[in-house]
Design a protein. Structure first.
Lengths: 284, 274
């Protein structure tokens, strides 16, 4: 009668007590400040009546940056998705073992490079006299006088793509490795090109993983302060920079938090997709 | 026919080599550029390569009273404290989530993901404000708390997976032989889950080493970690110091990439997030 039925783990109360410190930490360092930001955005620094003046001010001052943020993050997410599928697809379907091995070794490098280091790498690489321009001018692709700095919105997109593609590619390659090979082989027998096999047979089977990877990247890109701050802090810039600026220069928590609420909303939209998908998967 | 097939093959090989070279340049170009800056003494536009090479900036950085040495030590100290705090919280939580009769288990697991699901800047600036009232801004304790909260999802999820991967039969056997709950946990469960716990500790250590946003709001200007030094020197245009700091930050990150597979075994990895 003992064996399995003898409980090896803590009971209900014990379990809740053991998890309590972790819950307290989330409560104090996330839920509380999160609520604080909402209250602060809709009031005058947490005092007086509720109003939306902070939002009208935020939109008046920063509508350009709001648009800029959405465009940069969406564009980066799209490019990351395409490159990740291409890399993972080649790893799965590639016929040249040497090329596959090289790619496998190559693509992961930026994965564990911190954002702030990536930003510094790109700050030197994409500058007017950076290595990218030097190679382009030396190889005669562009005229030396035409060399320009890429440290603007393009720099931000390039940095995000460089840093996040390996992460999504890693997830997607893992998913591709575990799909049913028979459909791929069937496609091959019927003479479908590898590109068609990838798009029509493989991608639909790993769509969930791809989406999860892209959503996580999207949220990360909306949260990162160091990259826009170091690559392009001039207007138009990303909302994260505006929030930091609002606080450090004016101590204006109302408008900063109104911008914060907007960034919550941007992630809220995709988080909703994520939750719906993961609940569906749990149910399946 | 044969000639056409051969030339087709040749075109393929050339495309393959070109694509790989382009990719290699895209990935290693920025890293090489940083390495050059780290050993450049004099380098300005329009020169494509540094005019003089040397290590005088390294000397400046690593002098005992140099600011990088100080920043490096404070980064490591904060990261170690963050690991201690995280493990003290994550081990009991992970054990309870893996083994206990936990009500609303799925929701609680999801709750730990929340800080990752919202833009960190918006939350951290309010943490800084709350900490100000508690006299925690500019203190190591404040920075450690912020870092630990960021790493919490990883430490708790990986610890949960590590405990879940331990065979419950072994624990049951120990209990049957008369070992108490505590003894079973310390002598059986914990040692078996240790590689996974180590992996979560490494994760948290790296998160803390690389953390910027929270430190920027909560720690600055009193707590100077390596990422903060990197940032300020880069903004001042001192690319040598910024590149040397980058290089120091890269060492643990790349080391982690090479060694993580030893700690994070497939059986644990498969259970992460479940």
């Amino acid at each position: 009668m003992s064996g399995q039925s003898m409980s090896v783990g803590p009971g209900r109360t014990g379990a809740l007590l053991l998890v309590a410190p972790a819950l307290l930490m989330i409560g104090f360092l996330f839920v509380y400040p999160f609520g604080y930001s909402v209250v602060s955005a809709f009031t005058d620094n947490g005092e007086g009546s509720w109003h939306i003046a902070n939002f009208t001010k935020a939109i008046e001052f920063y509508s350009k940056d709001i648009l800029f943020t959405i465009v940069i993050v969406s564009l980066s997410t799209a490019i990351i998705g395409i490159l990740a599928v291409a890399i993972a697809g080649y790893l799965t379907l590639g016929e040249n073992p040497t090329a596959v091995a090289i790619l496998k070794w190559l693509y992961r490098w930026p994965l564990f490079i911190p954002f702030i280091v990536s930003a510094q790498l790109m700050r030197t690489f994409l500058a007017k006299n950076g290595m990218m321009n030097n190679i382009l001018t030396s190889s005669g692709i562009i005229e030396p006088l035409a060399a320009q700095s890429y440290l603007d919105w393009r720099g931000i997109v390039i940095t995000f793509v460089w840093k996040q593609t390996p992460f999504v590619a890693l997830l997607v390659a893992g998913a591709m490795a575990s799909i049913d090979r028979t459909t791929i082989d069937a496609g091959r027998i019927f003479g479908a090109s590898r590109l068609r096999i990838l798009i029509e047979l493989v991608v639909p089977q790993i769509a969930t993983t791809l989406m999860v990877g892209l959503i996580l990247s999207y949220v990360v890109m909306l949260s990162v302060l160091s990259v826009p701050l170091m690559i392009n802090a001039q207007s138009p810039t990303m909302l994260t920079v505006d929030m930091a600026w609002r606080i450090n220069s004016y101590g204006d928590y109302g408008v900063a938090n109104a911008l914060g609420i907007m960034s919550y909303l941007f992630t809220g939209v995709v988080a909703w997709f994520y939750l719906r998908q993961s609940l569906k998967d749990k149910g399946a | 026919m044969v000639a056409a097939a051969l030339s087709n093959n040749w075109v393929r090989t050339v495309t393959r080599v070109l694509t790989m070279s382009l990719l290699a340049f895209a990935i290693f170009g920025p890293i090489t550029n940083m390495l050059l800056w780290a050993v450049a003494e004099v380098w300005y536009f329009p020169y494509k390569l540094p005019l003089e090479y040397g290590f005088s900036f390294w000397e400046r950085v690593f002098r005992p009273e140099g600011n990088a040495t100080e920043a490096l030590f404070s980064s490591i100290w904060i990261a170690l404290l963050t690991v201690v705090v995280s493990l003290a919280i994550a081990i009991p939580a992970g054990y309870a989530l893996a083994r206990g009769k936990m009500p609303f288990r799925y929701l609680i697991m999801l709750l730990f993901l929340l800080p990752q699901a919202f833009p960190a800047v918006a939350v951290h600036m309010n943490v800084a404000r709350i900490f100000y009232g508690l006299d925690l801004t500019g203190s190591v304790v404040g920075v450690v708390l912020v870092h630990a909260s960021q790493g919490l999802v990883f430490s708790v999820w990986i610890a949960t997976a590590a405990f879940a991967a331990v065979d419950a039969e072994l624990e049951a056997a120990a209990r049957n032989m008369g070992a108490g709950r505590w003894r079973t946990f310390v002598d059986v469960t914990l040692p078996l889950a240790l590689p996974g716990i180590m992996a979560s500790a490494i994760f948290v250590f790296l998160i803390s080493m690389d953390e910027f946003t929270g430190t920027y709001f909560v720690g600055a200007p009193d707590v100077v970690t390596l990422p903060m030094l990197l940032f300020t020197s880069s903004m001042e245009g001192n690319y040598q110091i910024a590149s040397i700091s980058s290089l120091i930050l890269l060492v643990p990150s790349v080391g982690f990439m090479l060694f993580i597979e030893r700690f994070l075994k497939a059986d644990v990895l498969a259970k992460v997030g479940n």
